[in-house]
Ligand binder design. Structure first.
Ligand SMILES: *[C@@H]1O[C@H](CO)[C@@H](O)[C@H](O)[C@H]1NC(C)=O
Ligand SMILES: *[C@@H]1O[C@H](CO)[C@@H](O)[C@H](O)[C@H]1NC(C)=O
Ligand SMILES: *[C@@H]1O[C@H](CO)[C@@H](O)[C@H](O)[C@H]1NC(C)=O
Ligand SMILES: *[C@@H]1O[C@H](CO)[C@@H](O)[C@H](O)[C@H]1NC(C)=O
Ligand SMILES: *[C@@H]1O[C@H](CO)[C@@H](O)[C@H](O)[C@H]1NC(C)=O
Ligand SMILES: *[C@@H]1O[C@H](CO)[C@@H](O)[C@H](O)[C@H]1NC(C)=O
Ligand SMILES: *[C@@H]1O[C@H](CO)[C@@H](O)[C@H](O)[C@H]1NC(C)=O
Ligand SMILES: *[C@@H]1O[C@H](CO)[C@@H](O)[C@H](O)[C@H]1NC(C)=O
Ligand SMILES: *[C@@H]1O[C@H](CO)[C@@H](O)[C@H](O)[C@H]1NC(C)=O
Ligand SMILES: *[C@@H]1O[C@H](CO)[C@@H](O)[C@H](O)[C@H]1NC(C)=O
Ligand SMILES: *[C@@H]1O[C@H](CO)[C@@H](O)[C@H](O)[C@H]1NC(C)=O
Length: 519
């Protein structure tokens, strides 16, 4: 045995070892401690001793750096330093011709060098399982190393560290409540049974974002057609979003993105944009609304036709003409439009209205545009039977309406005066008609274009004729009544006289009776 060169000896040692254990009662090598757990790079003191009765030769077989610190009778204390990994040094004792061995078990512990919670998906749909993975490199002894996955402070799983790197997993069903939750991974090295501490390392947290995007298309309200030079509102909205404020909207007409204003509510959003019809975007387009949340999106689209429809041009060679003049009226429209010229006149408006109308069919819908112009026709005053009735005959004290109105363009000035005393003709409501209105009036309508006159005869049927008859009848009635009264009164007078006479006779008779029978 050559203690200074330990390596080649090891197979021999094993043989001897067998022999040593096979012969009990012999001097025994022993070591203290038999087991040691130390941090990586640490050192340990080992007392190697022998029960040999004589002076034994003691030594420590190890590839580790060793130093003899102390010695006594049949014992030696060594210091093993810079212990980087697990090792099993052997203490040997050569007592006489026999060699005995005592192994030491040195366990090196170390904290993980690297630990990481693998990246979470940037967005996790609510209701789907999420698998968390934790990776730990280094860390020993493995038997005492446990991996714990956590959501906030809540433990999701706990498992022994196996493999290099060791991997721990946990599955969670993502919910709305996990939005913003922090997940971490913790490695626990429990060396309390070795009389050492409880060590733990925690990975950097990873924050999760969960979302809900319903499997429905956004609601898109848009016009079907849009005229060049006009703007229309487009509204795209969606309900049931979580978190609504994280949703993004893309509203575009063809390749052109629209300037969009988005308003967010608790679980919905509404995006508004104005789409403008320009000469450049004339034609058929697809209006698209996409709502994006998480790594998903929902789309809606509609067709939009941008059309150009210039109003037709109506031209009159003159705006204001004298009666009988020839006027040129033109109605023009762009190519491809149907045009129609029509004319109509309104009551009380002196002239004629021309309308030029153009029609355009867009997406099965016929659109009209028209331009109307007034042609004013100038003419002198008119005052005929229909404007002012010539002969009026009304009974006195009745309610009547006298209408008299001159026509002409410009509107004539009308005066009606009685021929006899130049009293004005009472025009309008006459309630009641008076006898003094009667007469012949001369009406004159004047305008820069001439003067016309017309006589108006106003006859009021007097009520005096009827009165005479009534008076006659009343007089006759009165006379008759007087005669009848006279006759009656005469007859009554006579009856009273007779009565009085009869009463007088009775009284005389009574008087006679009284006198004829004295007491
Ligand atoms: C080493 O061990 C022997 C035997 O057990 C003992 O007598 C001795 O005191 C120990 N030395 C030290 C320094 O502890
Ligand atoms: C683990 O924790 C120890 C101290 O507690 C620290 O020195 C070491 O760098 C940590 N390891 C990792 C991977 O964070
Ligand atoms: C969105 O992310 C989830 C989870 O990361 C994944 O399963 C899914 O395939 C992704 N969907 C799309 C449309 O990218
Ligand atoms: C999620 O995983 C659990 C088991 O871990 C399983 O029972 C469940 O059906 C899964 N759910 C979904 C939506 O995949
Ligand atoms: C997660 O961590 C971030 C930053 O470290 C913090 O702002 C947030 O409040 C944490 N979330 C929860 C649910 O604790
Ligand atoms: C978008 O609209 C806002 C107001 O509605 C306006 O201030 C802004 O200038 C517009 N941006 C563009 C690029 O048109
Ligand atoms: C109508 O007239 C205007 C100017 O006079 C002209 O610019 C326009 O092109 C005309 N429209 C049509 C339909 O002819
Ligand atoms: C206008 O209409 C009247 C009938 O309503 C017709 O006599 C006249 O010729 C029309 N004039 C034009 C210019 O079309
Ligand atoms: C002309 O347009 C006006 C409104 O713009 C409409 O009221 C009228 O009916 C139209 N006239 C014709 C003849 O189309
Ligand atoms: C009114 O009637 C009289 C006859 O009754 C007639 O002579 C006169 O012409 C009439 N006047 C008008 C304006 O019609
Ligand atoms: C009287 O005639 C004029 C014109 O015809 C009319 O405007 C007015 O309402 C009439 N009055 C009554 C009480 O009928």
């Amino acid at each position: 045995i050559f203690p200074s060169s330990p390596f080649p000896l090891l197979p021999g040692l094993q043989l001897l070892c067998l022999r040593a254990f096979a012969l009990p009662g012999d001097a025994q090598a022993s070591v203290f401690p038999t087991e040691a757990t130390l941090p990586r790079g640490g050192s340990v003191l080992v007392n190697c001793s022998s029960t040999c009765e004589e002076e034994a030769f003691l030594g420590l077989e190890t590839p580790l750096t060793k130093e003899e610190l102390d010695r006594g009778h049949n014992w030696k204390v060594f210091e093993l330093s810079d212990v980087e990994e697990d090792s099993k040094p052997m203490c040997f004792s050569n007592c006489g011709s026999s060699q005995t061995l005592a192994p030491i078990s040195i366990t090196v512990y170390r904290l993980p060098e690297h630990m990481e919670l693998l990246p979470l998906p940037p967005w996790q749909p609510v209701g789907e399982n999420l698998t968390l993975k934790c990776q730990v490199k280094g860390g020993a002894p493995r038997a005492q190393l446990t991996l714990v996955l956590l959501r906030g402070k809540e433990e999701l799983s706990r498992q022994p560290a196996v493999g290099e790197p060791a991997e721990g997993t946990a599955t969670v069903l993502a919910g709305r409540g996990d939005y913003g939750a922090n997940f971490t991974c913790r490695a626990e090295l429990d060396l309390r049974s070795q009389g050492l501490g409880f060590f733990q390392n925690t990975s950097a947290p990873r924050q999760l974002r969960t979302f809900v995007l319903p499997m429905t298309s956004p609601q898109l309200e848009t016009p079907r057609i849009l005229e060049v030079g006009t703007s229309e509102k487009v509204v795209c909205s969606m309900d049931g979003l979580f978190p609504a404020s994280e949703a993004r909207v893309h509203l575009a007409l063809g390749d052109h993105r629209l300037n969009t204003t988005v308003t967010y509510n608790e679980d919905s959003l509404s995006a508004t944009a104005w789409v403008e019809g320009t000469a450049e975007n004339k034609g058929d387009h697809l209006l698209v609304c996409a709502i994006m949340l998480g790594n998903q999106s929902q789309e809606s689209w509609r067709n939009l036709i941008v059309y150009s429809f210039p109003a037709p041009n109506l031209t009159l060679s003159e705006q204001e003409v004298s009666e009988g003049t020839q006027v040129e009226v033109a109605c023009e429209a762009s190519v491809g439009l149907r045009v129609r010229l029509s004319n109509f006149s309104h009551h009380f408006i002196d002239g004629r209205h021309f309308s030029c109308s153009a029609a355009l069919e867009v997406a099965g819908q016929v659109l009209y545009k028209n331009q109307t112009k007034e042609l004013r026709v100038l003419y002198g005053p008119r005052l005929d039977e229909s404007d002012c009735l010539g002969n009026w005959t009304w009974p006195e004290e009745t309610n009547q309406n006298l209408s008299c109105q001159a026509r002409g363009n410009p509107l004539p000035w009308l005066t009606c005066l009685r021929e006899t005393d130049r009293a004005p003709l009472p025009i309008g409501d006459l309630r009641p008609v008076k006898k003094q209105y009667e007469g012949t009036y001369l009406c004159k309508a004047e305008s820069p274009r001439g003067t016309v006159t017309r006589k108006v005869f106003l006859t009021v049927l007097s009520e005096s004729g009827k009165n005479v008859l009534i008076i006659v009848l009343l007089t006759a009635g009165a006379i008759l009544g007087a005669v009848v009264l006279a006759i009656y009164l005469y007859n009554r007078q006579r009856k009273i006289k007779i009565y009085k006479l009869l009463k007088a006779q009775e009284a005389a008779a009574m008087k006679l009776k009284t006198q004829a029978t004295p007491p």
